[in-house]
Design a protein around this ligand. Sequence first.
Ligand code: ATP
Ligand code: MG
Length: 552
Amino acid sequence: MEENSNFIKTIIKEDLESGKRNKVVTRFPPEPNGYLHIGHAKSIVINFGLADEFGGTTNLRFDDTNPLKEDQEYVDAIKEDVEWLGYEWDGLFFASDYFDEMYNRAVLLIKKGLAYVDDLSADEIREYRGTLSEPGKESPYRNRSVEENLELFERMKNCEFANGEKVLRAKIDMSSPNINLRDPVIYRIAHATHHNTGDKWCIYPMYAFAHPLEDAIEGVTHSLCTTEFEDQRPLYDWVVRECEMEATPQQIEFGRLNLTNTVMSKRKLKQLVEEKYVDGWDDPRLPTISGLRRRGFTAEAIREFVKAAGVSKGYSTVDAQMLEHFVREDLKLKAPRTMGVLRPLKVVITNYPEGEVEWLDAEINPENPEMGTRKIPFSREIYVEQDDFMENPPAKYFRLFPGNEVRLKHAYFIKCNEVIKDDNGEVVELRCTYDPETKSGTGFTGRKVKGTLHWVDATHALHAEFRLYEPLILDEEAESEDEAENKSFLDQVNEKSLEILNGFIEPNMKDSQPQDKFQFFRHGYFNVDPKHTTEDKLVFNRIVSLKSSFKL
Ligand code: ATP
Ligand code: MG
């Protein structure tokens, strides 16, 4: 497929043509403080995709400069997800491996008179910073001598101070119209064990200082990030320049991806997981890569979706139905067709000989005949869907009702003659007759019926659990509105987002493996759940239903 153009590609092309760059190096820099979500997939596709297109390289770099929130579990999950999405990194790096170098560059800034140790508290620093309309105020510690700063910074490093007692700040401009340049904090004290460096450090670099250095150390040429970092670009360039880095990476911002009816930021996802609104980071209702994978979305579908959503500066909330469209497209020719009854209602075919079984032929995928055929048993007792029967149907109801005839997919016409109810008046069984003349595949044209139902044979069927999903968050724009309107997304959690049903499936599915995908006739695409499936029972997650009103 020819890749569409976008503004980042245009910049890279110009850089290569003008000789400003002779190669392209990008990086995907997740902080290992949570699992990846589909927004990260956009960043992955862009970073790996662009490097690939221009013969460059891409690093996977863990931006692990905050020991308080990071964990090895997240590192492992992120690697798994990037690989699963289909990408191979060239270098695998940890920002924490550069802590020595970062420290040395901070010392260089102090020596150049461009950084100072400040004793103001976090609150005071905020107060002194000023606002968009008012300039900031200089800290009384701003003019410490280079010697004093060097000594204090070294003592910070040697863990002589408590958390928050001192910070290192870049000395830039307290009256800059860009608040990011009003002497940003570049190092803070945190007595905490780091997942990679252990207890070696008790001072940690701030993101705005660390990130440009990480990029420069790795020789990244184009540092792609989301637009909330746009105002930090002047600081990014200042750090690279004043720290006298050899490489000069360029930061370019693109718009974040959001989906309707979900939340995306790791903080919110983490809250949903920790407060048990969902069953782990890989809950099939979450927009995490591991959740989408467990639900049954394919890497191909996610990549195509992200590409179709496009690369622009704008922040976009994309209709989740668009993602569903791409998984249907991907599975159409790949997923075997099968039948499953989610809410079973027994049907006895009274004129079918007792004890007899016939094995009917059915195509595995009529849209892809190469997939061959399967055998489906048929006998005197079958299950149909409860929804496919109505005792007193409205006009234009073509499914089962007393006196009506329907087609059973791959089998025969059956006619409903009698309705059996329990003591509460609930329908528990239908008595039907079949017409042997109408067998599927024999070319019977004697009469027509309007309804075609799916079914499974009652004596051979396997038990199965079906998990049906609705959006987790009721509010369409939850991710973007939440903070602005100061309302909690937790109030918007859909209590009916998961429905669990126990039904039956065709016996030929008994060897299905976790992550196998099927199209159940009339019900949609399903994935064999890797977490809940056991030797005895397959558990299916519905990925998507069959139809959508969504048009690209
Ligand atoms: P979150 O706010 O969800 O926690 P983050 O930006 O803090 O995300 P990082 O781990 O720092 O997460 O992100 C790694 C990379 O992925 C960054 O370059 C970031 O800009 C990008 N990214 C994160 N979320 C999105 C998104 N929704 N759309 C596009 N890119 C994203
Ligand atoms: Mg972050």
